[in-house]
Design a protein around this ligand. Sequence first.
Ligand code: CA
Length: 252
Amino acid sequence: MSFTEEIKLFLSRHHYNRVNPRAALIDMDGTLYDSMVNHTAAWHKMMLGLGVKCNRDEFYLYEGMTGAATINLLFRRAFGHEVSPEECARLYKRKTELFAEMPPVEPVEGAKLVMEKIMERGWERVLVTGSGQSSLINRLPDDYPGLFRDDMRITSHSVKNGKPHPEPYLKALELAGVKPWEAIVIENAPLGVKSGDSAGIFTIGVTTGPIPARELRRAGAAVVFDSMESFAGEFDRLIDAILNTSSDSNVN
Ligand code: CA
C-alpha cells in the first residue's frame, strides 16, 4: 500500500497544495501511555457511585474531552442539569484519585520508537492533551527524554474549548510557530482526531484500544495504523510520501 491516495484525499479536502511537516503535535493518553483502561475504569466507578447509568466502553468515546465536559455530559443525560464549577472540580479530583489507585500505566508499545523518529527529523514537538492530571504529564521527561520542552504543552488548563474543538491544536500550532500544513497530529481517539483535522492538520490515527479504525477515519484521520509499532515501521515511508505528494488540482 502506498499512502499517495490518502494524502491526495487529505490535500483535496483541505484545499492544500502540499504538506511539509516541521512539527508534530502529540496526544498523550492512549497515544503515549496505555492509560485509557484506567481512565475508563475510574470514570465508570465514580459515575456509578453517583447513580449515573453508564457503561465502561462509552468513556473511550469521550476521550480527549476535558474532565468538566465529560462530567456535564453525563449529568445532563442522567439528571437533566450540569453541575457547578466547584462541584465539577470536586468530582474531577475524585476521578483523579480513583485513577491513581489503578495499576501502573506503561508507555504504549512502539510509541518510543515513533517519537525517536520524530526527534531525528528535527521537528518541533508539542504535547496536546485534554488531561489536567499531572501524574502522567510529570512522567514524560523520564519515559520520553527530550521529547517535549516544558513550555511545549497544551493541557486542559491552556484552552477554553477542549477536543473535539480545534482550539487545542490551533494553540499548539501557535506554540510551534507553524501553519496547519506544516504539522502532523498523532491521536488515538475520534474526538482528538476531529480536533486535529478541524484545525486543518494532517492527522494520523493509531488504534491502541477498542475503538475501530473506521471510527478514526470517519472523524477525519488522514491515515490510520493499527498500532504504534506498525506506525514506527511505516514512519519513513509515510513521511517521504507526504513530502513527495502534491495536489493534482490547480489551487492557485
Ligand atoms: Ca487520547
